[in-house]
Write a protein that binds this ligand. Structure first.
Ligand SMILES: C[S@@+](CC[C@H](N)C(=O)[O-])C[C@H]1O[C@@H](n2cnc3c(N)ncnc32)[C@H](O)[C@@H]1O
Length: 203
């Protein structure tokens, strides 16, 4: 729980607003993003997110890319900056997070980002790639349902890059994804995190 009594994945955080800027400095990329109370990783770039952005392969240059669980937008906006011809979809249950991602896109001049509540994403959209620091703390069953829903919306040949803490079950998640028919590879293992590359689910 966070001060104010809500989780970072509340739909409508109750914590009073406390905006803080975060400098996201990555090879070839510098963004300044606003974060806020009631949204994941207030005032800083999360370690797992940094590892994903530093070690996952460069995003496809075009197509539709998904950031599942966008928070204040570091992954979505890095994808948008690195692949200006792609269309980036940023999804979060947390309304304050979606508002920050929208504002941060505008602040950084990124026009290829669209933010949605999960249920508002157009049904027909399929994703060339998914990049996510997924909400492991919603619980195992909810996480599995969430991942199945979105991974089955990869286009043929599409790949998801997921960063998960080893202490939060990265290896058991990898085994479970494989048992569901996905191909799973460990692309990187740094600090206490793994970056999983997931593709090829049965439709
Ligand atoms: C670990 S945080 C990562 C946030 C952001 N991508 C970052 O790297 O700072 C996971 C995010 O998933 C969101 N989330 C939780 N449940 C969700 C769901 N069912 N659908 C979409 N997003 C969800 C949370 O609100 C949170 O912002």
């Amino acid at each position: 729980m966070r001060p104010g009594g809500d989780h970072y994945f509340s739909d409508t955080p109750q914590a009073p607003s406390d905006p803080k800027d975060v400098d996201v400095l990555l090879p070839g990329l510098a963004l300044t993003l606003s974060s806020d109370a009631g949204v994941f990783s207030h005032g800083r770039l999360d370690d797992a997110t940094r590892i994903l952005l530093e070690s996952a392969p460069a995003p496809p240059t075009d197509g539709v890319l998904l950031d599942l669980g966008c928070g204040y937008g570091p992954i979505a906006l890095a994808l948008a900056a690195r692949s200006p011809a792609a269309q980036v979809i940023a999804v979060d249950v947390n309304g304050r997070a979606r508002g920050l991602t929208d504002a941060n896109a505008t602040r950084n001049g990124l026009r290829n980002v669209t933010t949605y509540a999960p249920e508002a994403v157009p049904e027909e959209l399929r994703f060339r790639a998914i990049y996510s620091n997924p909400p492991v703390r919603i619980g195992k069953a909810a996480m599995q349902r969430l991942l199945l829903h979105w991974l089955h919306r990869l286009e043929d040949g599409g790949v998801a890059h997921l960063v998960v803490g080893k202490h939060l079950g990265a290896d058991s998640l990898a085994r479970w994804l494989a048992s569901q028919g996905f191909s799973v590879q460990r692309r990187s293992s740094r600090k206490s995190y793994r970056v999983l590359e997931v593709g090829g689910g049965e439709q």
